[in-house]
Design a protein around this ligand. Sequence first.
Ligand code: GDP
Length: 435
Amino acid sequence: MESTPTLFAPASGFGRAAIAVLRLTGPACGPLLAALASGCPPPRRLSLRTLRDPGSGEILDRALVAWLPGPATYTGEDMAELHLHGGLAVRAGVIRALAAFPGCRAAEPGAFTRRAVLNGRLDLTEAEGIGDLIDAETEAQRRQALRQLDGTLARQVAAWRARAIDCLAGAEAVLDFSDEGDVDDAGLDGALLTRAAALRDEIAAALRDDRRGERLREGFCVVLAGAPNAGKSTLLNALSRRDAAIVSDLPGTTRDMIEVRCDLGGLPVVLVDTAGLRETEDRIEAEGIRRTRARMASADLVLRLIPADAPAVAGPDCPERTLAVTTKADLAAKPVAGLCVSALSGEGLDRLLDAIEARARAEIGGADALITRERHRAALARCVASLDRVVAGAPLPELVAEDLRLAVRALGEVGGHVGVEEMLDRLFAGFCIGK
Ligand code: GDP
């Protein structure tokens, strides 16, 4: 009997629906289908079958069944899909029958993709691409996820790794040579160091990308800042056309941050409403203000809101990331220069959205990013640091070889060729069940 458990999970959403898809992977798929659907259907096509509880023989549903024998499957194992009627009782009944079948159990989030990685069907960056594709809310995010799923990053890193291994082999050869006693002749050849330097420069250049890929995943962050009653919450509602923030006349109502994710021309933009900036005795509000300042410091763009009916206030802290916006334009006594909006009349809102979109496009909408996660960045930076030491010319071939080994290892981590289990745990903590 095989020890690998067979996993099952709903692959479609929860709740009542026309169809509910259950997905299975593992060695018991064949026997299970045989028992459940009175014989294994022909492979790789949908067959209409009556499903019976293998224990009691009771009819559970009439459903489309797919039998997908491995290894040419998503997980690399035998797989099956059950396209059930989407009623809650149907699904519960089938799940009960599956759970009772020997060797079968419910899957954890990301379990299918985990098996795909462990069986060599996907590398870790491709698995991340799948996670990002499921999470993608805008076109630009979808394109980036598909590129990564397509192996763009995996191929680049594999090519770098092959070159690092090549350098390492060169250094190891020198070490072997010096072991044979002919130490005097055993210098590291200059060509090897030149190759290591070229590789380092290439990876370092890829790292100088303003974190475009990560920022596209996370969304371009726009913080609405300004004194209490400047009109932040009202503007956020008007901009997002959603009722996300509480609007009130009492200064200091917006105690914590409220985020609204929007799609501006295919780009993900996160609008953040913040606690008003003012001196306060209220401890909760003071905490809100502390967080506001932190969020403003890390924002991609700060909208500094100044009401048309209030006296001008001090200028922005960081002019290049700040847009000054006059709010409550309907209350202005005379025409106001620059960006000027009224959440009440709708005046200027489209211009402001265009201005935000233009900024977002300039910063995260440009050339395709290769690096999309801090994890990739950290590993590549470690690789560059190791290659830096190689290029700086360590006095001993042993040290050069060790640094090259570290460089190869760091590159291997990106694709999950090293320390894969730990990284899988981290990645799949955020995955859907059934993927
Ligand atoms: P916040 O404290 O900066 O979030 O400000 P709010 O959005 O809560 O708005 C404060 C007050 O200004 C509320 O009474 C709003 O109705 C009012 N207000 C907001 N935007 C406008 C506007 O465009 N025109 C006018 N006349 N009043 C506004």
